[in-house]
Every structure is written in structure tokens, then in C-alpha cells.
Design a binder for this molecule. Sequence first.
Ligand SMILES: C[S@@+](CC[C@H](N)C(=O)[O-])C[C@H]1O[C@@H](n2cnc3c(N)ncnc32)[C@H](O)[C@@H]1O
Length: 225
Amino acid sequence: MNQDEVFFGGEGDAWFHRNQAALGKHVDWPSRMFDMLENRNNIRDVAELGCANGWRLNTLSKKIKGRLVGVDASKEAILDGQSRYPHLQLHHGTLANLPLEGTFDLVIVNFVFHWIDRATLATSLAEVDRVTRDEGFLILGDFLPDFPQRRPYHHRPGENVYTYKQDYACLFRALGTYTEVARITFNHDHPAQTIQPTPSAHRAACVVLQKSLQGYYHDIGHSAG
Ligand SMILES: C[S@@+](CC[C@H](N)C(=O)[O-])C[C@H]1O[C@@H](n2cnc3c(N)ncnc32)[C@H](O)[C@@H]1O
């Protein structure tokens, strides 16, 4: 069983039951970054991938009048969200095979990439890119240590399930079709409204990227090649 299947097959549910009561209780950087986006009034369709029960989408639904869609590996989180927030479209699925069609003005992926199986990391990145509209925004939250590192996931000892910490925003920037608009770094283990120095292993970032299929290329005229 690969790591995506572990979360799809029950670990997502276990995470949801352990953390449900705390969802939305800490400073929520993706929502704060959304509130600071100058062009947020143009944002209509939003997808959150790895949305748990859709609590953040529900908050955003008070500010956005378009389609609000969520996907999560936890069936129970999705069922909970479907009964709590019937105005959202919530689907059980994984990043590597999103049950979504079309594109969105804003895509949010908050603390999900670190649990993606390394065999489906590139596919998951491609799926996130597929559903992000040209000129749309991607808000990406995850750990940001000084160097890539993995840590055994202590709820599944001996099963080769890991938390992989690395700079995920740079994977999108490397495509050449995303540029970074804003970022905040913070201490994942000690959430606070204040800016504070953080040890590498606990450092996290919330990054706003904008996609543009053509806009970041410099025209340099005709060439033979
Ligand atoms: C740390 S939680 C973050 C939840 C939510 N993004 C938030 O900010 O509150 C990670 C979430 O990703 C989900 N997840 C794990 N692997 C996934 C995958 N391959 N595809 C989609 N969701 C996944 C888990 O079920 C869990 O809800």
C-alpha cells in the first residue's frame, strides 16, 4: 500500500478524529493571505485540496460568491463537511487523481504535500497545476526546513509512512509558469500572530503563487533554434 492509499484508506479519518475539535482555532495563514490579496474580488471559483471537512472553504464562502469545491483523502471528514456545509461541493479523493473538472481562480493546498507518497509527488503536482486557472492563484502551506528531510509518521510505526518536509513552492516556481507573490514563514508547532525566528525543522511557510502560462517569459526575438 502506498502512502496515498494509507491516508485514503483510513489514516485521513484517524487524523480528522484527532484534530477535528481544533480545526480553525489557530491563526489561519491561507485565509489571512487571501484577505490581503488586492484582486480577491475577482476570485469566484475556489478549490481546496486536502480540505479536511471544508472548514476553511466555509469561512471563505462568506466572502466569495462562486463555486467552492473541496477534496480530501478522509471519507469521514468529507461526510462530516457534507452535512455541516451543504453549500460546498466536497469530494473524497486524492491529489494524485483529483475528481475535479475545469479550473479554479484560487487553489489552496495547506499542509498536504508533506504526506504525499514520493511515487505520486510529480503526478500530484501536475494535478494541482491542471486545476489552477491560467492567471489564477495557488496558496501553498507546508513545512520549510533548511534542507529536505523525512520523519517517520509516529501514528503508523513500522509501515514506512513519512512526513516529508521540503520547499514545495519551489517545485511550482521551477516550472516557469508560477511566480511567488507573497510569503509568511512561521513556527508550525507554536502558532502565533507575531513574527518569530523558528528552528529549521519546525519552520513552515504559507506562499501565494500566481500562475501565468505565458506571462513570465521574456521575449528575446527570433532565433534559429
Ligand atoms: C495536516 S491535514 C491539513 C488539513 C487542511 N488542509 C487544513 O489546513 O486544516 C492534511 C489533510 O490532507 C489529507 N490528505 C492526506 N493525504 C492526502 C492525499 N494524498 N490527497 C488528498 N488529501 C490528503 C488528510 O486527510 C488531511 O485532511
